[in-house]
Design a protein around this ligand. Structure first.
Ligand code: SF4
Ligand code: SF4
Length: 156
């Protein structure tokens, strides 16, 4: 019975017709193509890209309070940071922030625990272009941590 069914399917080219119908159904739709790198594919609102530090957009001031919580939260010990206190200043000055991108699993724990409000000092950005030609360049230093695409803030 099964072989008869196969024979009928082959004789009437059922699979070919099915394939053609699928092609016809999708042909009038616009092509799902982005002219990368001139045009970047938009990411989901809560996409977890490369970690970035943020300054206060109003005045460019440092938002990180050098609390070290992100470094402690990272399960792979990929963040190392330090700062110093200036006389008369309430928050510490961030001196260095080293982030080992090459081993990051993008779990987001470091960003999750960052306590600063209303601007979170450490965010997972929309940057997904991670390629580089050396291992050394996968260690992002403090200046590079402020680089990257403009941050889109996700609100529930
Ligand atoms: S995203 Fe996860 S693995 Fe990457 S630095 Fe943050 S805590 Fe560590
Ligand atoms: S958790 Fe946030 S505020 Fe604290 S050291 Fe890390 S980036 Fe800075």
């Amino acid at each position: 019975m099964a072989s008869l069914f196969q024979w009928v399917k082959s004789f009437f080219l059922i699979d070919l017709v099915k394939g053609l119908m699928l092609t016809l159904r999708h042909t009038p739709k616009p092509a799902f193509t982005f002219q990368y790198p001139a045009e970047r594919r938009p990411v989901a609102p809560r996409f977890r890209g490369v970690l970035r530090l943020q300054v206060d957009p109003a005045n460019g001031a440092q938002t990180c309070i050098v609390c070290d919580q992100c470094a402690k939260a990272c399960p792979d010990d990929l963040i190392s940071l330090g700062g110093h206190r200036e006389p008369g200043q309430k928050i510490k000055i961030l001196d260095y922030f080293d982030f080992n991108l090459s081993r990051c699993s993008f779990c987001g724990l470091c960003s999750e625990v960052c306590p600063t409000k209303p601007i979170k000092a450490l965010v997972m950005s929309e940057d997904y272009e991670l390629g580089s030609y050396s291992r050394a360049s996968q260690i992002l230093r403090i200046d590079e941590m402020y680089d990257g695409l403009p941050i889109q803030h996700y609100t529930r």
